[in-house]
Design a binder for this molecule. Structure first.
Ligand SMILES: *[C@@H]1O[C@H](CO)[C@@H](O)[C@H](O)[C@H]1NC(C)=O
Ligand SMILES: *[C@@H]1O[C@H](CO)[C@@H](O)[C@H](O)[C@H]1NC(C)=O
Ligand SMILES: *[C@@H]1O[C@H](CO)[C@@H](O)[C@H](O)[C@H]1NC(C)=O
Ligand SMILES: *[C@@H]1O[C@H](CO)[C@@H](O)[C@H](O)[C@H]1NC(C)=O
Length: 412
């Protein structure tokens, strides 16, 4: 006992001596200051879309949060208010989004209603597109499968606030267990023979097949490429840590604990529209693929598409991606409280902004000369926390100026 007491005394004296000297420490904050734009007090958001005039829209996927039942898409108003968009009606399927008459229950295939919206994006013609997975979550954490009519891309004219186009994904393109996650648009007439442009969509399904869905906006046809290749799949042995906490899939209700398994999710286009960038959430690499290979539907097109994927190296763990008029690609980095960027000029990844308020950067949107992004604490949701909801409202929307006065990409 006596010797222990003596050694504690030595340690205490040592601590007092070094305490006078400050050691090096992480400064945490880097880059332009975050500007708080909106606080979400009601439903849990993922996406953000900002129009050229500054109108803001978010989506609140019923496929990831079973309490998101009031609206799937809302326009953000002043004083942190949110209003169902484009109407309350389209946001409220009659009797709810789930058909409980089947065993197991399934998502309803209603083409005139939003079922579970995973993304909202403003295209280069300043139109809002809503990407509906067609899937809804049960309160016990089970994700129901979709039915035709559910998975779709809905175009809304922001002048009249009315739907101008609804493109349904056939069940051979969006499988019942697909999860259409995010979308980007190239409206150049030259990219398709129908001349109305093309959309590229990631399928991030946790239990099904991953890949990229390509949509001809003129004909409404859609097809898949990069089907289940390793680059669109969760990386084996994936581990992620946010704010010091290990994150696993852990839905509770007796369901097994597993690694976070989100496939191809983040997606964005180069400023010339010729390269599509994508990344999985459960992985660290940024990939690029020539868009011409994805638009190609000839017999050998999948061979050439899969053979032309470029591994651009690691960028950290991120959800959404975005790019700007200078060709810079922005990505979250959930393990480092930061947003990073890939510079295609020299192939490097650099920190853009770092701040302790950055947790899970879900989705980006570019408008004016700003990069908008949502921070939604996804890792603290019940699916990761043994069924316990550890998220703390409000969730937040921030913006920072784009690098070097860049603006939105204009592929029109
Ligand atoms: C803003 O919202 C808060 C909370 O809902 C409310 O108490 C307050 O009156 C609102 N202020 C304005 C100016 O609308
Ligand atoms: C969740 O509920 C559905 C519908 O009642 C049921 O089919 C499924 O087995 C349940 N899952 C778990 C893990 O309890
Ligand atoms: C690459 O470009 C970035 C600017 O985007 C610059 O900060 C960085 O120093 C460059 N890296 C190298 C190795 O040249
Ligand atoms: C950005 O634009 C401002 C105002 O037009 C200008 O003063 C500044 O030099 C520009 N910065 C860069 C990096 O181009």
């Amino acid at each position: 006992m006596k010797s222990n007491f003596a050694s504690y005394g030595v340690v205490a004296a040592l601590a007092a001596a070094v305490g006078a000297q400050q050691t090096a420490q992480d400064s945490i904050v880097m880059g332009p200051p975050l500007e708080l734009v909106h606080l979400y007090y009601d439903e849990w958001p993922t996406g953000i879309a900002v129009s050229s005039s500054g109108r803001m829209f978010s989506n609140y996927p019923l496929g990831l949060d079973y309490t998101n039942t009031k609206y799937q898409v809302a326009e953000l108003g002043s004083n942190n208010s949110e209003t169902a968009y484009p109407s309350a009606q389209i946001n409220t399927p009659p009797g709810g989004a789930i058909d409980y008459s089947t065993n197991p229950p399934q998502s309803k295939g209603l083409s005139d209603y939003f079922i579970g919206v995973q993304s909202v994006v403003v295209d280069p013609k300043d139109r809002l597109w809503v990407l509906d997975t067609g899937r809804a979550l049960l309160s016990n954490g089970t994700l129901t499968t979709s039915n035709p009519g559910g998975p779709k891309l809905v175009g809304i004219d922001l002048t009249s606030n009315t739907i101008f186009q609804t493109i349904l994904f056939p069940p051979t393109v969006a499988f019942a267990d697909s999860y259409p996650n995010d979308v980007r648009f190239d409206l150049r007439a030259s990219v398709t023979s129908s001349g109305q442009g093309v959309a590229y969509v990631t399928d991030s399904s946790s239990e099904g097949r991953n890949g990229i869905i390509i949509v001809d906006l003129g004909t409404g046809e859609s097809w898949r490429h990069l089907n289940n290749i390793p680059q669109v799949r969760p990386e084996p042995g994936f581990y992620v840590n946010v704010w010091g906490e290990s994150v696993y899939m852990n839905p509770g209700n007796g369901m097994p604990v597993s690694r976070l398994a989100f496939g191809a999710d983040g997606i964005t286009l180069s400023n010339d529209g010729e390269t599509l960038y994508f990344s999985v959430v459960s992985g660290r690499h940024l990939y690029g693929v020539p868009t011409s290979r994805l638009r190609d539907r000839s017999l050998s097109s999948e061979l050439f598409a899969t053979g032309s994927v470029m591994d651009l190296g690691q960028k950290g763990v991120s959800d959404g991606l975005e790019s700007d008029s200078n060709g810079i690609v922005y990505a979250g980095s959930v393990e480092t409280d930061s947003i990073v960027y890939f510079n295609p000029q020299n192939g490097t990844v650099q920190t853009y902004v770092r701040d302790p308020r950055i947790d899970w950067t879900d989705t980006f949107s570019v408008a004016g000369s700003y990069l908008y992004f949502t921070e939604n604490q996804l890792f603290r949701g019940p699916a990761q926390q043994g069924g316990v909801d550890r998220r703390v409202k409000p969730y937040a929307l921030y913006r920072v100026p784009l690098l070097n006065n860049a603006t939105k990409i204009s592929l029109v």
